[in-house]
Design a protein around this ligand. Structure first.
Ligand SMILES: NC(=O)c1ccc[n+]([C@@H]2O[C@H](COP(=O)([O-])OP(=O)(O)OC[C@H]3O[C@@H](n4cnc5c(N)ncnc54)[C@H](OP(=O)(O)O)[C@@H]3O)[C@@H](O)[C@H]2O)c1
Length: 314
């Protein structure tokens, strides 16, 4: 029995597709890791935890057991983890949270109790790059994410943290600015080249770990996309794919903070995001060595063709 949290999210929904069908319906670049898994549906039962079961596609609801509720709720996780062998764990983004501690650690504590009490054997977490780097302890959201991994590791369960750079999907939050003003914004230093990955590649990596549970102990698996890119290089690719000029504009920490709080982020979470971006400019995402395994297939150009262009043209 595999338990999947956030089945309606970016990663969770794609993970379920691959788990249940062996491939995403329209996966192109995503087919590479999926094909490497044999493109077979998983043989064991799948259970999902969903606050809004009605948001799951009918075809998914017919094939999984649904435990309704939040995976931050002790009763819900106790029920969902009963008889479970493996869990896919993702702490949901909660921009209005009162503190980083409550968003990541308090949210995850009930799951740690349930992992212990229900005898879960394997956990795959959604985590972040940066462990062991000088900025890891002052990287806001990432520091909290790494502490969440430590909390789960303390249960003694076999664990793999998927250590991730910024997602390509983050660019979808800027579709209006890209379409209407031909610009996108970030705090990232323009001359910094960093990895970026597509959520379908994260999902494929998670499925690989959940299906083939020969691994023991605790460790991490990096998902880095095929190449490091700077923001101006991303703008060049977007311009090419969209057939119209897109430029990059760096914003200050103060402007980033103001923009996030304007969108309803709590002061603490906005500060956590600014600290994370500052740490990324200091090399948080650049220490993980690239290997054939960590260089996942979906390129930024491919992602722009498959996902960004339809979103901008819509
Ligand atoms: N974005 C990045 O660049 C980046 C980089 C590294 C790591 N990460 C990590 O990746 C994760 C985000 O992954 P994602 O993009 O797949 O997430 P997502 O698409 O935003 O999905 C969020 C999911 O969480 C559920 N959810 C939201 N609030 C919840 C709550 N309070 N209780 C229970 N469920 C809740 C949502 O379900 P319903 O609304 O349907 O209930 C949805 O399924 C975060 O942990 C983040 O720290 C992100």
């Amino acid at each position: 029995m595999i338990v999947v949290t956030t089945p309606t999210g970016n990663i969770g929904s794609r993970l379920l597709e691959i788990l249940l069908n062996g491939a995403e319906p329209d996966a192109r670049a995503g087919m590479v890791p999926t094909a490497a898994l044999g493109a077979r549906p998983v043989a064991e039962p799948v259970r999902v935890i969903a606050r809004r079961p009605e948001a799951l596609p009918e075809a998914v609801r017919e094939r999984v057991e649904v435990v309704p509720g939040s995976h931050g709720d002790p009763d819900v996780v106790a029920k969902a983890f009963a008889g479970a062998d493996a869990v896919f764990w993702l702490a949901p983004p909660t921009p209005d949270a009162a503190s980083l501690e409550s968003a990541y650690l308090d949210f995850t504590r009930p799951a740690c109790t349930a992992i212990r009490e229900q005898g879960v054997r394997h956990v795959v977490t959604v985590s972040a790059l940066g462990r062991g780097t000088p900025a890891a302890g002052r990287a806001g959201l990432v520091t909290a994410t790494l502490a969440m991994d430590d909390l789960i590791a303390d249960t003694g369960v076999a664990m793999r943290a998927l250590v991730l750079p910024g997602f390509m999907e983050n660019m979808l939050r800027q579709v209006a600015a890209i379409r209407d003003q031909g610009v996108f914004f970030s705090m990232a230093s323009p001359d910094l080249r960093s990895p970026t990955c597509a959520t379908r590649d994260i999902a494929a990596a998670a499925v690989g770990l959940l299906r083939e549970r020969t691994w023991t102990g605790q460790g991490s698996v990096a998902v880095l996309g095929p190449q490091d890119l700077s923001c101006p290089e991303m703008a060049e690719i977007m311009s090419d794919v969209l057939g119209r000029p897109v430029r990059y504009q760096q914003v200050s920490a103060a402007a980033q903070y103001e923009s996030l709080t304007g969108f309803g982020w709590s002061a603490t979470m906005a500060a956590g995001m600014v600290d994370m971006m500052t740490a990324k400019n200091e090399g948080l995402d650049n220490a993980e060595p690239r290997t054939p395994r960590s260089s996942t297939p979906t390129s930024f150009r491919q992602w722009c063709e498959d996902t960004l262009r339809p979103a901008v043209l819509a």
